[in-house]
Design a protein around this ligand. Structure first.
Ligand code: PBG
Length: 330
């Protein structure tokens, strides 16, 4: 047994030596963020020449389809490989029918994106809340409850209509039980057996979605989403949700929101070997933007620190409204 008795002079410890220059720090860095990690969310609306600012999310816009080629050009030049599409319908109804209409806003946007940028990975959010008059993610019964099983065929129809339009990946975000099991065979039967499903697997009922509900005009008109989205207090349940989606056929699983869930991202990374996505949601973005505008935080440093932490926790894919700015800053 040898005992080391020598005390290192603190100024020349190994920690200090490896932090001495920016070049050395870069060489020994364990987590490297790349624009290739990012998915950029887009809100698409009807009309022409529309670029409407989303007030709680400075720098984000609801855009019309004619604006998409400009977006794809920017994403290509920044090296961002993918988008996640949300749609604002012309009209909302009880059953969210524009969500699965072959000529709905998202379906048309997918066609336009694939025509403008065939190599861009187009991911579509599959949910009813943007399309329903009541703003819930599923069908609502006369008693005012979200009917899980009545919702499944509509989600499956939406997913198939997205795949038909050319979506590369479909991403159910509704949190109904059994939706992946409903969507997978519907895609297969529709000739889309090769279309992957990215499941919002561990999605919490989070206060951080507030700004998104302004962006997508999807706030529930009564009640809340706690009956179908997860309790943020539960991490074992998050693992069961992820496991269920994988068993049902999910190809990529997601944890959402990201920043309050670094432990869940890390746990999911340990426990499952599928590609893991994390959604740096609207409230996380709005928080940094607001603090930066007030002069309380350095936006660049804060954003890169947050995104690096999400990757370090174990996310392979990061969905972020900061993607374009971050890619520029890197
Ligand atoms: C639709 C959906 C939501 C988000 C993504 N898909 C909102 C919600 O569940 O209320 C939130 C994304 C964000 O906050 O950036 N169900």
């Amino acid at each position: 047994m040898t005992t080391i008795t020598r005390t290192l002079p603190a100024a020349f410890s190994r920690f200090r030596r490896l932090r001495r220059t920016a070049a050395i720090r870069a060489l020994v860095r364990e987590t490297r963020l790349s624009p290739r990690d990012f998915v950029y969310p887009l809100f698409v609306t009807h009309g022409e020449g529309v670029r409407a600012p989303i007030s709680p999310m400075p720098g984000q816009f609801q855009i019309s389809i004619d604006q998409l080629p400009k977006e794809t050009e920017a994403l290509r030049s920044l090296g961002i490989p993918a988008v996640l599409l949300f749609g604002l319908p012309a009209e909302k109804d009880e059953l969210g029918s524009e969500g699965y209409a072959p000529d709905g806003i998202v379906q048309e946007a997918v066609r336009a994106l694939k025509a403008a940028a065939p190599d861009l990975v187009v991911i579509t959010d599959v949910c009813l809340c943007e399309y329903t008059s009541h703003g819930h993610c599923g069908v609502v019964t006369v008693e005012g409850e979200v009917d899980n099983d009545a919702t499944l065929p509509l989600l499956a129809r939406a997913a198939v209509s997205h795949a038909e339009a050319g979506a590369d990946i479909v991403a159910p975000s509704d949190m109904m039980d059994g939706r992946v099991a409903a969507i997978r065979p519907a895609l297969d039967d529709g000739g889309h057996g090769q279309t992957p499903i990215m499941a919002y697997a561990a999605k919490q009922a989070s206060a951080f979605y507030g700004p998104f509900r302004v962006a997508a005009d999807s706030a529930p008109q009564f009640g809340d989403r706690r009956g179908y989205q997860m309790d943020p207090a539960n991490s074992r349940e998050a693992m069961r949700e992820i496991e269920a989606d994988i068993e049902e056929g999910a190809d990529i699983v997601m944890v959402k929101p990201a920043l309050p869930n670094l432990d869940i991202i890390a746990r999911a990374r340990e426990q499952f070997d599928l590609p893991l996505a994390a959604y740096n949601v609207s409230g996380e973005y709005a928080m940094v933007k607001a603090a930066a505008a007030a002069g309380y935080l350095d936006e660049r440093l804060t954003t890169l620190e947050v995104l690096t932490a999400i990757k370090r926790a174990g996310a392979d894919i990061i969905i972020s409204y900061h993607a374009k700015e971050a890619a520029r800053w890197m």
